[in-house]
Ligand binder design. Sequence first.
Ligand code: SF4
Ligand code: SF4
Length: 416
Amino acid sequence: MYGWKNLLDEDRRAILEGIRTGEASGGPFHAEFDLIDSCNCQCIFCSYRHCMNGKSFPWEILKSLVKDLCRDGLRSVRIYGGGEPSMYPHFADFCALLGDNGIVLEDLTTNGILLGDLLPSLLNLKIDHVMLSLNYSNPEDHSRFMRSPRGSFQRVIHNIQSLADGLESRGNRQETLIHIHFFLHKSTVSHFTEMLDLSRKMPVDLVTIRSIGEIPEEEQIQPWQIKPLLRTIQREVKALPIGFPLELDLSSIGEQTFSDNLLAAHRRIQVDQIAPLRSISYCYTPWYNMTILPGGETFPCCFLDHTPGILSCGNAFEKPVQDIWNGKEFQRTRYEHRLSYIMEQKTPFQARRFRKTLPCCWNSGSCPLSYLMADPDFYMAAQDILHKLRNRPMTSLLRRLNRWSRPVIEGVKKCL
Ligand code: SF4
Ligand code: SF4
């Protein structure tokens, strides 16, 4: 998960204990801050469009929240949208606050347009990962689909170079992964080669090219475009140096197996090494992370914060963080996650009974963030705990019954 590598051994043990008992045994160890709900672009695919209300985190409250979280064991922070974080008026103060408390900025997700202005404050921090949503391979697409201000595309390219140079000059270039991201949709499927060419010219450590499903209908990839796209991808990947750091996400067009196989063959590794933990990479976010929005609402992750129907776990401006973390709503989230993992899809889940999770939370490897779940020792230890829970006599009986009959979920709860 985001920032997982900054956990201490004792934090991992606390999370495992939480999985065993169903409660939180420490934390939150990681926090995601949506600092501001406004942006300098208007992307046609923006999943936060409906939340762009101009709200921003009140600085004094943010300061005291970070202090409370540090006291409770916070190790790292992610800054993401909502809106574009670089537009937050107290961005520099926030970086200084993280630095003063020894907190790692494990991820900054940004469109990169204002990144140059942020560098003096950012470069004083320990930064694990900067995700740059460049999304397009030329200025025309950038301005057409992101409705970005004039000159933005070139500015982002320039800022990426300045970021790499700044890190280099401070001697910590190796610590920070610079990650660039592109989208494929109807008008850009033919730009796959251009995206790779551009990436090769930039000082980046990881390139993700993703087919995007969440986009207006007129920009959805058409069935007739898929075969030519796959042929192009095949040709281009074969021509890449073996170590080229490319990730392909073609799940929205049902071609993830194709891309996994292609990359595995190219790297001369087994396909299960592309995503080695997919079958056991359940999401333990509710024992680990708190996502906090500019109005104080809290969620277990950045996906659930803008999913219609998923309600906040409590408002951090109104209650102490620990009351929310150990409160009824976070507990409910943990319960739904844990129940689905123990039952291992043998329960024909009824979505209406699950109010804190999504179908992608119930099955290992199906969350869009599952590529971040990459700690083999931890997942093996968690699997061991789940195995013991599944083998308890009543649970085992219910698991068997649930294969044949419609379960009463709340009845199951009492036995877990
Ligand atoms: S840059 Fe990000 S936050 Fe801004 S409009 Fe685009 S997708 Fe939304
Ligand atoms: S599995 Fe669910 S809770 Fe976990 S990161 Fe994905 S959407 Fe969030």
